[in-house]
Write a protein that binds this ligand. Structure first.
Ligand SMILES: [Zn+2]
Length: 293
């Protein structure tokens, strides 16, 4: 990949005054990019950074509490689940209990407002999230792709079962976990009501593919990458497959490509506009300005 170059604009300057309102350079750039595509196709890709302000630690990145730092490439695999389903369930139960307890923050709500604004002016919109938490849905986002699955659902581990890949899943709340929590063991594992095979997390594991399950909506992702006219990353680290795919497609299509990340380091490639501000501060004022314009 190309090194950081002068064609990459990074905005972390102090706020400047514009008329009666205070607008940061990042907000001004975003406003210009979003208004310029008029009724075009806006794609937003979010990552763990957007859920930090809701109290969910990042799975990757520079956060010292990043939970996936340890041995996630081993724990987050189907191989590990097949080897030790009890340990896999223990690990996920602990983490997903915490994740499912959280509430959306101002950035999640602003993206739901941005969707309404964009579609309200006749434009196309899709929000693709790498996060498995349910915070975008809870904030009201509708045109949403959860490309890594969802922590609030589980599925049968037997492919082809009505409750398993490629189409099936069930709400996590259908499976009371008290017996498993009290005594984690094979007999207390949640089982498929149709075939009695162990249930598993409805998430994309490291040794699996984006097209494993229809609810990951991979064909919609590819379509968005081919047709988008503006691309906004929020809280992503560019280290996961889907961000690299969109970054490459956005630059190849000469779309405006912007990234909101207060902890951004060097830009991964030239041509991406990095805005080093907190999304929960920037996005609400951006959407308000767009609505008022
Ligand atoms: Zn089954």
């Amino acid at each position: 990949m190309a090194k950081h170059s002068t064609s990459c604009a990074c905005y972390d300057q102090p706020m400047t005054s514009s008329g009666n309102s205070t607008v940061t350079p990042g907000q001004a750039t975003l406003t210009d990019a979003l208004t310029s595509i008029a009724g075009g196709f806006l794609v937003v890709v979010t990552g763990a950074g957007i859920s930090l302000a809701s109290g969910i630690p990042t799975f990757r990145g520079n956060d010292p509490d990043a939970v996936w730092k340890k041995d996630i490439t081993e724990l987050g695999t189907n191989r590990y689940f097949m080897q030790d389903p009890v340990a896999s369930w223990q690990w996920y139960t602990e983490r997903f209990d915490m994740v499912l307890d959280k509430q959306p923050n101002a950035a999640h709500r602003a993206l739901a407002d941005l969707e309404r604004w964009q579609t309200g002016r006749g434009g196309e919109f899709v929000l693709i999230t790498q996060n498995v938490d349910p915070l975008h849905e809870r904030a009201g986002s509708q045109r949403l792709v959860k490309v890594h699955g969802s922590a609030d659902r589980v599925r049968c581990s037997r492919a082809g079962c009505i409750n398993g890949a490629p189409r099936g899943s069930l709400p996590r709340t259908d499976f009371p976990m008290n017996a498993f929590r009290d005594n984690p063991s094979l007999p207390t594992l949640p089982r498929c009501p149709a075939c009695n095979a162990p249930m598993r997390q409805h998430v994309l594991w490291f040794d699996e593919f984006y097209d494993e399950h229809e609810s990951y909506q991979w064909s919609r992702v590819l379509d968005a990458a081919q047709r988008m006219e503006a691309l906004l990353f929020v809280g992503t680290s560019f280290s996961v497959g889907v961000t690299a795919l969109f970054l490459e497609a956005g630059l190849a299509r000469h779309c405006p490509v912007l990234s909101i990340d207060p902890g951004a380091g060097e830009a991964p490639v030239a041509g991406i506009v990095q805005i080093k501000e907190a999304a929960e501060d920037l996005l609400p004022s951006l959407v308000k300005a767009l609505q008022d314009s």
